[in-house]
Design a protein around this ligand. Structure first.
Ligand code: ADP
Length: 206
């Protein structure tokens, strides 16, 4: 049994890599999806976010309007930090629970896919960290085609994040993804095979 933390910069290809891992049989937990649950009415996260950012972020249907909240935190680093201080521990609790459930079900390989794994300090939830990297120019191109961002907007998103080097320095497994999707699939497959050997070993911390 092995828990992998899969991370990487925006448009590095983590979701694509996670999809290949799922096809190989891993149980993938998507931290982004858990992030949405933190904003659901009736949860502790919801209450804390509303207390911190005001009732004007609550839409008519009682849910948090993420666009209004986004307007308060994007481009305002202190506010973003405040939101992260609330949201990250809540997401971590949900992730820990999902990992526990998957272990109880007997899933052999569990993948926590999380863009902010390292920033949020969730390494203690996983046995090993896998980092997907792509050249900055490639990430910019993907953000332009996938998200319709301008070059400047794409660069701003990339520069606001941890660099490839910082992430790679903390990785157990590095997956370069500046080539084709077939290259990525082959690399993921190779690491999967090596992982199967490690997964057969008794569970232990890194
Ligand atoms: P992330 O989850 O890191 O943001 P994604 O896996 O969603 O990244 O990939 C970003 C975009 O780039 C997606 O549209 C995906 O299909 C595409 N993509 C990923 N890897 C490659 C690749 N090697 N070649 C071409 N396109 C890719």
């Amino acid at each position: 049994m092995r828990v992998i933390g899969l991370t990487g910069g925006i448009a590095s290809g983590k979701s694509t890599a996670a999809q290949y891992l799922a096809e190989s049989g891993a149980h993938v937990i998507d931290a982004d999806r858990l992030g949405h649950r933190v904003y659901e009415p009736g949860t502790p996260g919801f209450q804390k976010v509303v207390n911190a950012f005001g009732h004007d972020i609550v839409a008519k249907d009682g849910t948090i309007d993420r666009r209004i909240l986004g307007g308060k935190v994007f481009g305002a680093p202190e506010q973003m930090e405040r939101l992260n201080e609330i949201a990250w521990p809540e997401i971590k609790k949900l992730a820990a629970q999902e990992i526990k459930d998957a272990k109880q079900r007997g899933d052999d390989v569990i993948v926590l896919e999380a863009a902010v794994l390292l920033e949020a300090g969730w390494e203690d939830l996983v046995d090993e960290v896998w980092v997907v990297t792509t050249k900055v120019a490639t990430a910019v191109e993907r953000l332009r085609t996938r998200n319709g961002l301008s070059e400047d907007a794409a660069m701003a998103r990339i520069s606001s994040q941890m660099s490839n080097k910082e992430r790679s320095d903390r990785a157990d497994v590095k997956i370069e993804n500046s080539g084709s999707v077939d290259d990525l699939q082959r690399r993921v497959q190779r690491h999967w095979k090596q992982l199967e050997k490690r997964a057969a070993e008794p569970a232990g911390k890194r």
